[in-house]
Ligand binder design. Structure first.
Ligand code: FES
Length: 194
């Protein structure tokens, strides 16, 4: 393999995605644009090259969006209160144990994650594919008041998900949000590789 080919392969293996950071307050009206500092070739993207993202600067309660295989991947740094709410909300959920949904085996746990404080989930509604809004505002009157512990709200047809991406009962979406393969090495999140 020539040097040039080697560099090319290396580039395809690790794509660096830049992110949009969304604060915990006033998120309902915030669009979630993607900005990438480096655009992979169509071939590399189709092949699903892994994406690295340093998440060390995400603050507790914040969400960033990373693009992977053309999909938005939501990464949320969950607080202790957010994690406590995952238990309280279970009676309202359609599949609280994630029996039906897509996730790696290592994420089939109450938090649906490798480490409890970091949620990595596809931001694609399982109804018809809209991007749900991040709504961490506990008790939001428009989302159920006392029954809202924070989560994601799909503006297209009103599906609701909790802060582990688990879908509520009685909404159009049939399944929990999928979780992609990923790994963590310190603060470096790699999406697309276990
Ligand atoms: S696409 Fe989300 S509720 Fe229909």
């Amino acid at each position: 393999m020539s040097h040039a080919e080697g560099v090319n392969v290396q580039r395809r293996r690790v794509l660096i995605a830049s992110t949009a950071v969304i604060g915990a307050a006033g998120v309902a009206a915030v669009a979630t644009p993607f900005v990438r500092s480096w655009t992979p070739s169509a071939k590399a993207e189709a092949a699903g090259a892994a994406v690295n993202q340093d998440i060390g600067s995400i603050e507790a309660g914040q969400m960033i969006v990373v693009k992977y295989r053309g999909k938005p991947i939501y990464v949320v740094k969950r607080t202790e209160d957010m994690l406590a709410g995952l238990d309280d909300v279970k009676p309202l959920l359609s599949d609280p144990a994630s029996e039906e949904s897509l996730q790696p085996e290592y994420c089939k746990n109450p938090e649906r994650s490798l480490s409890p404080e970091v949620l990595v989930v596809e931001g694609v509604c399982t109804h018809l594919g809209c991007a749900p809004n991040y709504r961490p505002d506990v008790g939001a009157a428009d989302l159920g008041g006392n029954d809202w512990y924070g989560g994601f709200f799909c503006p297209c047809h009103g599906s609701k998900y909790d802060l582990a991406g688990r879908v509520f009962k009685g909404v159009p979406a049939p399944l929990n949000l999928p979780i992609p393969e990923y790994s963590m090495d310190g603060t470096i999140l790699t999406i697309g590789e276990a």
